[in-house]
Design a protein around this ligand. Structure first.
Ligand code: ATP
Ligand code: RIB
Length: 305
């Protein structure tokens, strides 16, 4: 059975420049190609899930400007339910300035704008209707995420937190989560444990579980993921691809993961599916421009077998 996925989060427009190397403070680097494309962790996850066939409802806030208008048109094109995407009259839509180096690594600065004006009063009860799984990130006010997690608990909705960008989280926020999906940096910040070995990963996951999180996935970039769950605990390796730009790899992973979970996959199956989708995304430039459609998954990996 296919359940509805609710994503509450940010929407940005990404201004991306590819460069040979990142500038040092005070240095100007003549960069390469420029790409403007839709981004924002929440929106990227919503688009990734929808392209893979999920039934997605997205809740966000944009400004009354061309970026917000273009973002909403993009969501509609992907078949995402955006009844609860609203506008902040006095604020600009979110913008991210992104530099990508020759190794496909990125540096990102976000002007959050209207994203930080998304409050509980903007999210009516109906937004949670018929939802099986909900997915959150941290590019909107933390208070809005915490309030929404409370709503999920009341309604029996399984809540997944992708705690990005990295920030410390209280035990109250973690308690009751169905799943948390930090990368290595975020794991270290939340648990205080440096994840430099398999043993450390296990210890970090256990500390999150001890705080009331039911399942833990630590994403490990090109190394794949570490999953700690009832059914499976261990590393699932990443697909081997040539990385061009890792921007939004985590977002595509999370969107794909929720799509699979909403289709009743086990966490292990969902992780394997999400690793494939995320691997495709790193072979392409940009955030939403890199998220694969369902039909591309089969063709991409057949081509590479
Ligand atoms: P980002 O902030 O760049 O969106 P992240 O730090 O949240 O990413 P990562 O751990 O870098 O998340 O990547 C998420 C997942 O994407 C990984 O677990 C892996 O499955 C896939 N992935 C990332 N980089 C690569 C790569 N170079 N090759 C193959 N798969 C990759
Ligand atoms: O995770 C990638 C995203 O982070 C980008 O799309 C950018 O908008 C920032 O929010």
């Amino acid at each position: 059975m296919k359940q509805k996925v609710l994503i509450i989060g940010s929407s940005n427009t990404d201004m991306v420049v590819k460069t040979a190397h990142f500038p040092r403070p005070g240095e100007t680097v003549l960069g390469g190609t420029f790409l403007m494309n839709p981004g924002g962790k929440g929106a990227n996850q919503a688009v990734a899930a929808a392209r893979l066939g999920a039934d997605v409802r997205f809740v966000a806030k944009t400004g009354p400007d061309i970026f917000g208008k273009q973002a909403r048109e993009g969501f509609e094109k992907e078949g995402i339910d955006i009844r609860f995407v609203t506008e902040s009259p006095g604020l600009a839509s979110g913008v991210a300035l992104i530099t990508v180096n020759a190794q496909g690594e990125n540096e990102i600065v976000v002007a959050s704008g209207a994203n930080m004006d998304l409050h509980p009063a903007d999210i009516p009860d109906q937004a949670f209707d018929q939802v099986g799984f909900a997915l959150f990130q941290l590019e909107i006010p933390l208070g809005t995420v915490q309030w929404s997690l409370g709503k999920c608990a009341e309604r029996g909705i399984r809540a997944v937190l992708n705690p990005a960008p990295a920030m410390p989280l209280s035990a109250q926020t973690l308690k009751g989560l169905y799943l948390i999906t930090p990368n290595e940096t975020e794991t270290e910040l939340i648990t205080g444990i440096e994840v430099t070995s398999g043993e450390a990963l296990q210890k970090a996951a256990q500390s999150l579980i001890a705080q009331g999180v039911q399942n833990v996935i630590v994403t490990l970039g090109s190394k794949g993921i570490y999953l700690a769950s009832d059914g499976f605990t261990g590393i699932i390796p990443a697909e081997v691809v040539e990385a061009v730009d890792s921007t939004a790899a985590g977002d595509v992973f999370n969107g794909a993961l929720l799509k699979a979970l909403a289709d009743s996959a086990t966490l292990e199956q969902a992780c394997r599916f999400a690793c494939r989708a995320a691997a495709i995304s790193v072979t392409r430039m940009g955030a939403q421009s890199s998220a694969p459609y369902q039909h591309e998954l089969a063709s991409f990996f057949n081509d590479h077998e």
